[in-house]
Design a binder for this molecule. Structure first.
Ligand code: C2E
Ligand code: CA
Ligand code: CA
Length: 334
């Protein structure tokens, strides 16, 4: 197989005087005695080829047992996710964020999928698949409409803080994205400044200029931007000055090492000092303990999000909390 692969990729040729080449991705499987039909053998080899391509192509890959379940999982995920969009099985939960004075400053919307037979499926599993298959467009526009309805319901309950929505890189770069955001906001009657889009640093590396343009166009609609998982990946921070940013979100992996790990503490302090210089707001996610909360507020973190304060919950549950608080506040005042 390796000889074949080399033969393929060493045979350079030219098209209209431009050099061209091809690469080969080869999948192998072993025929092991009884019980295998030509169909299963071909399917196994096919899966191995798929794996070779997934890993960058131009390589030889063996079929492994585990591949089978991985591929099967992908297939049902993909198929059932499409079915679930727009049904009550797929929804967004809200996790409130709190300021130092205990007041709610906003909330993050997080996707939740309750599969009819398999139970809860983590967004960490189905979001990447939605990205790869293009379903993220459908999911994203549905989420935006959900966010607008949630903002309207909150407004009715007397609250005007913004909600944060995770926006995947692929969605951000879709040609119709800005147009569709503009239309949805106009349809729902929601001003853009009640939405914060969370994007990860990864997207910034790909094509900074194009991303900056998109962000600027969305900023003109009033939308604000937060860098999600900040402090975990990219180290070239020049982009912080070039993009219309509102907020940094310190990743939970850093927060969870407070107060025991001196490296994480140093990084968190650095992020807070830098954000202060750049006039950016900072939210810490994944806050689970009192000592994390104390440390972060002592170092002037603006808002906290995490199990210590509130878990993600259905929108209705959050609206109940809001209404009860309001009632007891007006009761106390009266
Ligand atoms: P993320 O944006 O970093 O979201 C934070 C994750 O931390 C959420 O996991 C949340 O439930 C969890 N979390 C909140 N508080 C705590 C805490 O105190 N301790 C711990 N250990 N975890 C906490 P979740 O909901 O499973 O989401 C996982 C990831 O899936 C998100 O990471 C985000 O990248 C993606 N995701 C979720 N919903 C959406 C969505 O609607 N659209 C897109 N594009 N991505 C989404
Ligand atoms: Ca997020
Ligand atoms: Ca995170």
């Amino acid at each position: 197989a390796e000889k074949i692969r080399l033969a393929i990729c060493n045979s350079a040729f030219s098209i209209q005087d431009k050099p061209a080449y091809v690469t080969g991705s080869i999948g192998l499987t072993l025929i092991q005695g009884e019980g295998q039909t030509s169909d299963t053998v071909m399917r196994e080899a096919d899966m191995a080829t798929h794996r070779a391509k997934q890993h960058g192509g131009n390589q030889v890959t063996f079929y492994e047992r585990g591949l089978q379940s991985e591929v099967e999982q992908r297939l049902w995920l993909e198929h059932d996710l499409l079915q679930a969009i727009g049904t009550p099985n797929l929804t967004l939960h809200v996790q409130p964020q709190f300021g130092r004075d205990g007041r709610v400053t906003g909330g993050e919307l997080l996707a939740r999928w309750n599969h009819p037979t398999r139970g809860a499926v983590s967004p960490a599993l189905f979001i990447p698949i939605a990205e790869e298959t293009g379903l993220i467009g459908l999911l994203g526009s549905w989420s935006l409409r959900f966010a607008c309805d949630a903002l309207l319901a909150l407004q009715e309950a007397g609250e005007t803080y913004p909600l944060s929505l995770n926006v995947s890189p692929r969605r951000l770069m879709e040609p119709q994205f800005i147009e569709s955001v503009r239309d949805t906001l106009a349809n729902k009657g929601i001003p853009g400044n009640r939405l914060i889009f969370e994007i990860t640093e990864g997207v910034l590396i790909q094509d900074m200029q194009a991303v900056a343009q998109r962000m600027q166009a969305l900023s003109r609609l009033g939308i604000r931007f937060s860098i999600d998982d900040f402090g975990t990946g990219y180290s070239n921070l020049a982009y912080l000055k070039r993009l219309p940013l509102y907020e940094l979100k310190i990743d939970k992996s850093l927060v969870q090492d407070i107060p025991n790990d001196s490296d994480s503490i140093a990084i968190v302090q650095l992020i807070l000092a830098m954000a202060d210089q750049l006039n950016l707001r900072v939210v810490a996610e994944g806050v689970e303990t009192e000592s994390q909360s104390r440390f972060l507020f002592e170092h002037d973190c603006h808002a906290l999000q995490g199990y210590l304060l509130a878990r993600p919950m259905p929108l209705e549950a959050w609206l109940d909390v809001v209404r009860t608080r309001r009632r007891s506040a007006t009761g106390a005042a009266g």
